[in-house]
Design a protein around this ligand. Structure first.
Ligand SMILES: NC(=O)c1ccc[n+]([C@@H]2O[C@H](COP(=O)([O-])OP(=O)(O)OC[C@H]3O[C@@H](n4cnc5c(N)ncnc54)[C@H](OP(=O)(O)O)[C@@H]3O)[C@@H](O)[C@H]2O)c1
Length: 356
């Protein structure tokens, strides 16, 4: 049997109540204190994945018990030790490849140290996250009648693992690109790389709202623990692909900006008639995040060496995982916004309110 495990963690204290209902009644600080004391949790068994090739795979969700805020604020060595313990638990269960979800791939060196402490492959899932994310963005731009070649595009968190890959993929498709993060030196290095690769001279800024206010398309993949994009920060008619978990786009945008389209990054339909995650992470049955899907794809392919690790971009890796996704029947699952599918009526209404 092809086996895998996916390491995830509660994004915040309220997420803990998805698994333990009594947590609803506890203050967040008490929950976070309790999480620190807990060993890794085997949250569920994932069954029913069946590739278009006929191969099948099963796996486990293993919880690393820290919130996103704790992962950023606690001592990094301590956090990485907790992630390693979760990965070792996954290996004990029989996983042959391990995917690192949300901030378990953000802290430290994006999986490299974790991979040294287990004898099976490890992947952050970031190659397919970027590839599938840009596919979803192209789909959304088409439906909103935005011409990618002539519109203005911003990438927030551009120098990160997912952001770098998205920036490289976009540099071949757009003519007006702005790269955004806090560290200017790293932005300049990426700007140079993109220019060498594609000839595109991207702009750079450390001011998120300055970039988002003038962009028709925004890809956001920062590692901020709190939302970076608020209702006043977006151009009329903009499309935002929010890959970050926790989200970069404030939920207030959904309530206050009926003229913009915010879509979830890389939501993937997993092949198999009876796919069951036995765990509620907020998606309908059979849909997964692209980073989870990357782990499943590698398991179905029987490729058990580490795949996406660290923050270096590899065009070859993105091409390879997207081709394997097609081979095994994984597909971008239409467009979703704040945990709901986007309907044709919604697109029509957003276009009208944006004056298109
Ligand atoms: N949806 C999915 O399937 C999926 C899969 C993988 C990852 N993710 C999510 O994607 C996000 C990024 O992951 P990653 O691995 O690429 O992280 P990463 O390598 O640590 O990169 C984070 C990026 O965000 C920037 N950043 C951080 N705080 C910022 C702020 N306040 N303002 C502007 N820029 C900021 C960082 O640059 P500076 O430090 O210079 O600001 C860096 O460019 C995370 O939220 C992760 O959970 C989602």
């Amino acid at each position: 049997m092809n086996t895998f495990a996916f390491i995830f963690h509660p994004l915040d204290a309220s997420d803990v109540a998805r698994k333990y209902t009594f947590a609803k009644y506890l203050p967040p600080l008490v929950i976070e204190f309790g999480l620190k004391l807990m060993p890794p949790v085997v949250a569920s068994k994932i069954t029913g994945i069946k590739s278009a090739t006929g191969a099948s795979a099963e796996g486990w969700f293993v919880g690393c018990t820290l919130t996103a805020r704790q992962m950023l604020q606690l001592d990094q060595d301590y956090v990485i030790r907790k992630i390693i313990r979760a990965a070792q638990k996954a290996e004990e269960l029989g996983a042959k490849i391990i995917g690192l979800g949300a901030f378990t791939s953000v802290v430290g060196d994006a999986g490299i140290t974790v991979s040294r402490h287990v004898s099976v492959g490890v992947t952050t899932g970031n190659s397919y996250t970027a590839g599938a994310g840009i596919q979803a963005l192209e789909l959304a731009a088409r439906r909103m009648d935005i011409d990618m070649q002539t519109c203005s595009v911003a990438v927030i968190g551009a120098t990160g693992s997912v952001g770098t890959a998205c920036s490289h993929l976009l540099a071949d498709k757009v003519s007006d690109l702005t790269l955004v993060a806090r560290d200017r030196t790293r932005l300049e290095a990426l700007q140079q790389q993109l220019c060498d690769q594609s000839g595109l001279k991207a702009s750079i800024t450390t001011d998120v709202s300055e970039a988002t206010r003038r962009s028709d398309l925004v890809v956001t993949a920062s590692s901020a623990a709190e939302p970076l994009i608020n209702p006043g920060d977006l151009k009329k008619g903009a499309v935002v692909l929010d890959i970050a978990r926790p989200r970069d786009v404030s939920k207030k945008v959904a309530d206050e900006r009926e003229d913009v389209l915010v879509i979830e990054g890389g939501v993937i339909k997993v092949p198999g008639d009876n796919v069951d995650f036995h765990f509620n992470f907020g998606f309908p049955p059979g849909l997964a995040f692209a980073c989870m899907a990357e782990t499943m794809i590698l398991a179905l392919e029987g490729t058990y060496e580490s795949f996406s690790l660290g923050r270096e971009y590899s065009a070859e890796r993105v091409r390879r995982i997207c081709a394997l996704a097609d081979k095994h029947g994984f597909k971008v699952a239409g467009l979703r916004s704040f945990e709901r599918p986007v309907t044709d009526e919604q697109i029509e209404s957003i276009r009208r309110k944006a004056g298109r």
